[in-house]
Design a protein around this ligand. Structure first.
Ligand code: GGG
Length: 358
């Protein structure tokens, strides 16, 4: 009816399933999302974009200006995984990662790379002291050594010189640091830990340290901590309950979040958001894992990371209740896994989580 049309909100999503296991896990994320929105005054539409290594092989295109412009028109992007199969020499190394994934993150100004880590009950973990592991890493997403500022001279000779310059701007650092404090202020622990290496990387390190101290002055209720990145890798394994919100640069964040994923149940559970908090372009949500071509098409992949990424997406587009219900369903499903002897297919995990979305 017209009345329903007026009150039902439609979330218009772009979906990039990608390569390998991407399409399998994204199908489950879409299933769970639709189920979660049934009880909300919201519905979701999906527009699929066939991008990735396979698409490049078929068309020679990574991400055209037209496709990028079209993606900008959506409320958010749900992304699976992209990558060439190992040994596929037809695809230049790093092409898809740089020309598709990094291009999306940079073009859409995804300056907050959000990676939550939680050790759910029943998940086996190699942690020295599991404690209460529930932290988020706010990784800067548009700067650092990932911007491609560098080059090589005397290439291929014994005297080759290669540089990869880490770019850190006052503007870029302050906006991600502010986001970390905002997130900490909404969490019970209310603690921000800056992770860097300012004893050695003095130029960038001091910009980060000064920025964090300046922003902290606006958030008197938040505890501030600092850790060198090497120490942070130790504490992530020996005492991760120290962490609440970690803010760090692009490279340190990339490495630390893989470690965090490994100690909290593996890459099959690790979700992420590439977020433009100014909302000048759509944000993009994706499992941390890659395309795993060795198990593609076999229904062996765990869709949980993709499903948790969908929950982050719903939270970002203003449906926190639906997001919370998905997270709770995932938590219940994960807890029940300890009692399971059989290995479930990708779609069975998606069905189980969809059924648990109360
Ligand atoms: N969802 C993250 C993603 O797709 N990352 C790209 C990547 O890691 N590609 C390499 C691969 O698929 O193995």
């Amino acid at each position: 009816s017209n009345f329903e049309d007026m009150t039902t909100r439609t979330i218009d999503l772009a979906v990039i399933p990608g390569d390998g296991i991407g399409p399998e896990v994204i199908a489950e994320a879409m299933k769970v999302m639709k189920r979660a929105l049934q009880d909300e005054q919201a519905q979701v539409t999906f527009t699929e974009y066939p991008l990735g290594a396979q698409h490049w092989l078929e068309t020679g295109e990574t991400l055209t200006d037209e496709t990028l412009a079209s993606l900008r028109g959506h409320d958010a992007i749900l992304f699976g995984a992209v990558g060439a199969a190992p040994g596929d020499t037809r695809i230049p190394s790093g092409l898809i990662e740089r020309e598709l994934l990094l291009k999306l993150r940079f073009s859409l100004d995804h300056y907050v790379n959000l990676r939550p880590s939680k050790l759910y009950e029943g998940v086996p973990s190699p942690l020295a002291a599991p404690g209460d592991v529930d932290f988020v890493v706010v990784r800067e997403g548009t700067e650092g050594p990932y911007v491609g500022n560098g080059g090589a001279v005397r290439s291929g000779t014994d005297h080759e010189i290669a540089t990869e310059v880490s770019v850190n701007t006052a503007y870029g650092v302050q906006r991600v640091v502010r986001d970390a404090f905002e997130r900490a202020s909404r969490r019970p622990r209310k603690k921000v830990t800056l992770v860097h290496k300012h004893n050695v990387l003095v130029h960038a390190g001091h910009l980060w340290k000064r920025t964090v101290e300046a922003v902290a002055a606006d958030y008197p209720g938040i505890e501030l901590d600092y850790m060198h990145v090497d120490a942070a890798t130790i504490f992530m394994v020996t005492d991760p309950s120290r962490f609440d919100v970690i803010v760090t640069d692009n490279l340190f964040g990339d490495i630390l979040t893989d470690l965090a994923g490994a100690v909290t149940g593996g890459i099959g559970l690790a979700a992420s958001g590439n977020i433009n908090m100014d909302r000048t372009a759509p944000s993009m949500f994706e499992p941390v894992h890659g395309s795993a071509p060795d198990i593609a098409g076999q229904q062996k992949a765990d869709p949980t990371a993709a499903i948790l990424s969908a929950a982050l997406l719903l939270d970002h587009v203003g449906l926190p209740e639906a997001a919370r219900r998905i997270e709770e369903a995932v938590e219940k499903d994960i807890t029940s896994r300890a009692e399971m002897s059989d290995v479930r297919a990708t779609a069975e995990v998606g069905d189980a989580i969809a059924a648990l979305v109360a």
